[in-house]
Design a protein around this ligand. Structure first.
Ligand SMILES: Nc1ncnc2c1ncn2[C@@H]1O[C@H](COP(=O)(O)OP(=O)(O)O)[C@@H](O)[C@H]1O
Ligand SMILES: CC(=O)OP(=O)(O)O
Ligand SMILES: [Mg+2]
Length: 401
């Protein structure tokens, strides 16, 4: 029976999982990959084999089935007798000030991770849900927590500080940064395929349902657009990103908005969804731009798309200033990997920096989408957070392999 590690990557719009086979204690081979995606009242389950052939695709009403239960029973049925599960790895969104490297989940660690929920009220429970499920379902398995925040531990103190009264920093209210597993993967990948960018001044753009940028200087995170919470920085699918905190005060004072209303507005009703009034999903917005007969609605969608690109350009400018230059730009995640039009909007706006986009290469999602004489090399790279998690689990399970 071969040894496998199962990895869970819980995100705001999906739960991805991968079963990796581990050969000769170190070699990692993908066996099964799948994901749960959530709609308002249904969920979709997909799984594919090592050749990326779809082996399962089903949609269920949330009223009938619980997504995690379905995932675990599918995995149990599929895995029955085939593999020896040596460990499980999880993406955990917040490690707070103390968890700066992967850690084995013990009851004490779990309590500390739960205690970080006020820092990431929506994401932390979501990323801890598979940990609880495994604890109930297979308490014998070793579980390793891998943190989104850890990659940014190299950020200088000045970048961590929020200009609030000191007592907040003492409570851990400071800037952490997220999407670190994705940035870790991209950094490793750049070391292999483009060491000049890995060791230079590069903006990594993780543009998914949640989105952020990382200023990678000499292989380390120097600054990032998400700060204390996953609300900061870029405009996202349904999150506002950076806004004037005065808007919040307005909601509370003038609209008498309570905590739930503010959370719902900032996390679920803003961003692409809020400005377009149509959807948080880039695919849906692009589709509507070609089929929507209502010109007012089309105008709102266009504004949402334009504002999203505008904010990315604005923040790339800020990160270039912090790094004192810009050698490279790397697009990744759902939108970064697949939405050529957004990449085009961003790259054309950076033309003044000497960025020359190869439009044709961009439209076919080529690996390098800038012209050979561009001052900034622009790449498109699929992210692979699950692989980084698996790498992080291996040292903890050496004696089981
Ligand atoms: N083919 C595509 N074209 C444009 N956008 C896409 C495409 N596929 C996915 N997306 C966008 O990517 C988002 C999901 O990104 P992803 O990185 O998988 O999210 P997460 O990990 O946060 O759940 C979707 O909400 C959608 O906006
Ligand atoms: C931190 C964050 O925004 O995560 P996600 O992209 O999964 O929403
Ligand atoms: Mg993600």
């Amino acid at each position: 029976m071969s040894d496998v590690i199962i990895v869970f990557n819980a995100g705001s719009s999906s739960l991805k999982f991968t079963v990796f086979q581990i050969e000769k204690k170190t070699t990692i081979k993908k066996l099964i990959k799948g994901r749960l995606e959530y709609d308002i009242d249904t969920f979709h389950f997909f799984a594919s084999d090592q050749n990326d052939q779809l082996i399962e695709h089903a949609t269920y009403p949330l009223s009938q089935k619980k997504p995690l239960e379905h995932l675990f029973s599918w995995l149990a049925e599929h895995e029955q007798g085939r593999h020896n599960i040596v460990g499980v790895g999880h993406r955990i969104v917040h490690g707070g000030p103390n968890f700066l490297a992967p850690v084995q989940v013990t009851p004490e660690v779990l309590v500390q991770l739960e205690a970080l929920t006020p820092f990431a009220p929506l994401h932390q429970p979501q990323t801890l849900a598979p940990v609880h499920a495994i604890t109930d379902y297979r308490p014998d398995l070793i579980q390793i927590a891998c943190f989104d925040t850890a990659f940014h531990r190299t950020m200088p103190d000045i970048a961590r500080l929020l200009p609030l009264p000191r007592r907040y920093a003492d409570k851990g209210v400071c800037r952490y940064g997220f999407h670190g597993l994705s940035y870790d993967f991209l950094t490793q990948r750049l070391c292999q395929i483009d060491p000049a960018l890995a060791n230079g001044k590069t903006v990594l753009a993780h543009l998914g349902n949640g989105a952020s940028l990382c200023a990678l200087k000499e292989g380390k995170s120097l600054e990032t657009t998400m700060g204390f919470s996953a609300l900061d920085g870029l405009m996202m699918g349904s999150r506002c990103g950076m806004i004037d905190p005065g808007a919040l005060l307005y909601m509370i004072k003038e609209e008498k908005a309570d905590w739930n209303t503010v959370v719902n507005t900032l996390y679920h009703q803003s961003g692409l969804l809020g400005v377009s009034g149509v959807s948080s999903d880039m695919r849906v917005l692009r589709e509507h731009m070609t089929t929507e007969p209502d010109t007012v609605l089309r105008g709102h969608i266009q504004q949402a798309l334009s504002l999203s690109a505008y904010r990315i350009v604005e923040e790339i400018g800020a990160l270039a200033a912090i790094m004192e230059g810009l050698d490279g730009l790397v697009f990744t995640a759902g939108i970064g990997e697949h939405d050529a039009l957004l990449r085009q909007d961003v790259c054309l706006a950076l033309g003044w920096l000497g960025l020359k986009l190869d439009r044709e290469a961009n439209m076919r999602h080529a690996s390098i989408i800038s012209c050979p004489d561009s001052a900034i090399r622009v790449r498109v790279e699929p992210t692979h957070e699950e692989l980084v998690i698996c790498q992080n689990v291996i040292p903890f399970v050496q004696d089981r392999l």
